[in-house]
Design a protein around this ligand. Structure first.
Ligand code: GRF
Length: 205
């Protein structure tokens, strides 16, 4: 690992297709200012962990259920972040709530990908397929994805990047979810990670 790259931790809970996009874009040279040096999952069964293993990236499991309190959970996350000198945290399908004390500790150092054009279809309860169901029920013709900084407000932090995706006649939530992933999430998450990594690298000079 070269020393001038900032260190990135990716937090996951499930399939990890966004993690895969980051791994691929690191290999293909879209991400050059940072290096994924740790993957953390709250879910021991997450397929994302297989992706980390295959890519030779260090990973850790911190099961939320086994932590009595939120503080205990976050203390473990904080320890891993400190031990691994992490500069940037990327939430890529991480399904656990993070407290205000945690997000405040890493101000402008945590980013998240959300599968809609914020401020539409975001905030409490809008996760996974719910987001796409809501977009179809409302009848919007354009949706998309947003990468934003994470603060204490769910999906409320400063927007870093957005990309629009058309809703098509006959879309189901599943079909729309896949189109948003392929045409927006997997493109803008790596781009935003590079942008923020470059900025952090400059600040560290
Ligand atoms: C993505 O739709 C992402 O926008 C949302 O959770 C999903 C994670 O998918 N936050 P994956 O685990 O990256 O495949």
């Amino acid at each position: 690992m070269s020393d001038d790259k900032i260190k990135i931790a990716v937090f996951v809970s499930g399939g990890g297709t966004n993690l895969q996009a980051l791994i691929d874009k690191q290999k293909s040279g879209v991400i050059t200012s940072g290096e994924i040096s740790l993957v953390i999952s709250n879910n021991p069964e997450a397929y994302a962990l297989e992706r980390a293993k295959k890519a030779g990236i260090k990973y850790a499991v911190v099961p939320r259920k086994e932590c009595g309190t939120q503080k205990e959970f976050e203390d473990k996350l904080n320890d891993l972040i400190a031990e691994n000198d992490i500069d940037l945290i990327v939430l890529a399908g991480f399904m656990c709530i993070l407290s205000e004390s945690f997000t405040a500790k890493y101000l402008k150092r945590i980013i998240n990908i959300h599968p809609s054009l914020i401020p539409s279809f975001c905030g409490k309860g809008y996760y996974g397929l719910n987001v796409h169901k809501a977009a179809l029920e409302y009848g919007v013709k354009i949706t998309g994805a947003t990468v934003h900084f994470v603060n204490e407000i769910p999906d409320g932090g400063e927007i870093i990047m957005q990309k629009a995706v058309a809703v098509e006649e006959g879309d189901t939530p599943e079909v729309l979810q896949k189109r948003v992933m392929v045409n927006a999430e997997w493109i803008i998450l790596p781009q935003a990670v590079e942008k923020v990594s470059r900025e952090i690298k400059e600040l560290k000079k």
